[in-house]
Design a protein around this ligand. Structure first.
Ligand code: AP5
Length: 179
């Protein structure tokens, strides 16, 4: 049987990357971050879009994520961080996974207060951690990604987890949800 696919959804700074990496370190799952894949491609136009906090066009993201999924052995669980984040990407993912005999197993939505996020991102200081980009990313999350969370809730796959507290606290809540 092909291995599982877990999806982490949440606003910017919710801790998706941190928790995906902890799942990867702790359980050996493959962590695929759409943001990291796009940053690694170093396309100036894509990087400019990211810096503004706008969504990169889906074809570009799907191509990067598709290549990354194809490189994962069939028996290896995957944790997707930041993808899908709009409905077209969710539909693309469902179809793309069929090829590998996979489907989305479980979706974790991390919730965090916007003030807490701002504190976290100011401390991190990535190129797109500016007030303008953060407010655009937050808006994109509410407009484009919340419908994705609702879609997975309708399929009975979504668990909402409080993303505040220490990374270990959040990891413990996720572990309970995955048990
Ligand atoms: P992406 O890189 O995915 O950025 P994001 O979604 O805005 O998320 P962040 O990385 O800011 O936050 P996170 O939730 O992963 O939190 P993290 O663990 O890093 O995407 C960047 C851009 O790429 C998008 O704006 C878009 O342009 C484009 N893009 C990406 N995917 C796309 C897609 N599917 N479609 C279209 N465009 C796409 O934590 C943040 C900070 O907080 C860190 O410093 C961390 O150490 C700290 N922290 C984490 N957890 C805690 C905690 N519990 N307590 C205290 N600090 C914590």
């Amino acid at each position: 049987m092909a291995a599982e696919v877990f999806v982490l959804i949440g606003p910017p700074g919710a801790g998706k990357g941190t928790q995906a990496q902890m799942l990867s370190d702790g359980r050996g799952w493959t962590h695929l971050s759409s943001g990291d894949l796009l940053r690694a491609a170093s396309d100036p136009q894509v990087l400019a879009t990211m810096q503004q906090g706008e969504l990169v066009d889906s074809a570009t993201v799907e191509s990067a994520v598709g290549r990354a999924i194809a490189a994962v052995p069939d028996d290896q669980p995957i944790v997707l961080d930041g993808f899908p984040r709009e409905m077209g990407e969710a539909e693309w993912l469902d179809e793309a996974l069929v090829k590998y005999g996979r489907s989305v197993t479980k979706v974790i939505k991390l919730t965090v207060d916007q003030d807490e996020v701002w504190n976290r991102l100011q401390e991190r200081g990535r190129a797109d951690d500016t007030p303008g980009s953060l407010s655009e990313r937050w808006k994109e999350f509410e407009d484009q990604s919340l419908p994705v969370a609702e879609h997975y809730a309708e399929l009975g796959l979504l668990t909402e987890i409080d993303g505040e507290g220490s990374p270990d606290d959040v990891a413990e809540r996720i572990a309970e949800a995955l048990a």
